[in-house]
Write a protein that binds this ligand. Sequence first.
Ligand code: S3P
Length: 170
Amino acid sequence: MGKPVFLIGYMGSGKSTTGKKLSKLMGYLFIDLDEEIEKMTGKEIQRIFAEDGEDAFRLLEHSILVSLTSRKNIVISTGGGTPCYYDNMALMNRSGVTVYLKMQPESLAKRLMNAKKQRPLIQGKPEHELPGFIKNHLEKREPFYSSSHLTQKGESLDINDLLKQVREHL
Ligand code: S3P
């Protein structure tokens, strides 16, 4: 009991919103990995990407993730790329319960149209290129995401059903 719960999925799949709800229902603490990185560095994610580069961001992301894996009673929402770098996915699968919030690329594109600004990987993309970019990018990431213990459809997520499944895996 008490293993960390990791929410995984593409940008815009609702990891933070779902994580907050789930943590409340479980009586667990909620941690957003991007927010932890911002707190530790005193820099916003966009600034880390712009000033230090993506590799530096991925190393920070990995180090902070490692430090969280031994914590008990927490729900962690990860960044969209977290499972795809270093051995992060194996690490999360070993130390806790992983939940993939799976969404269709079309639904993600709709959500992300208005939320590009704070996301360096899609910030500069013209709107008409976004659906194609997301489809390709998601295909590359899918093998990592789909090795999660649990998969939930993001478009029709039932939080009580998710809670039940997570409890069965703790
Ligand atoms: C990223 C997703 C972002 C953030 C960073 C990189 C990615 O988090 O970690 O911009 O590689 O998909 P969200 O999934 O919360 O947007």
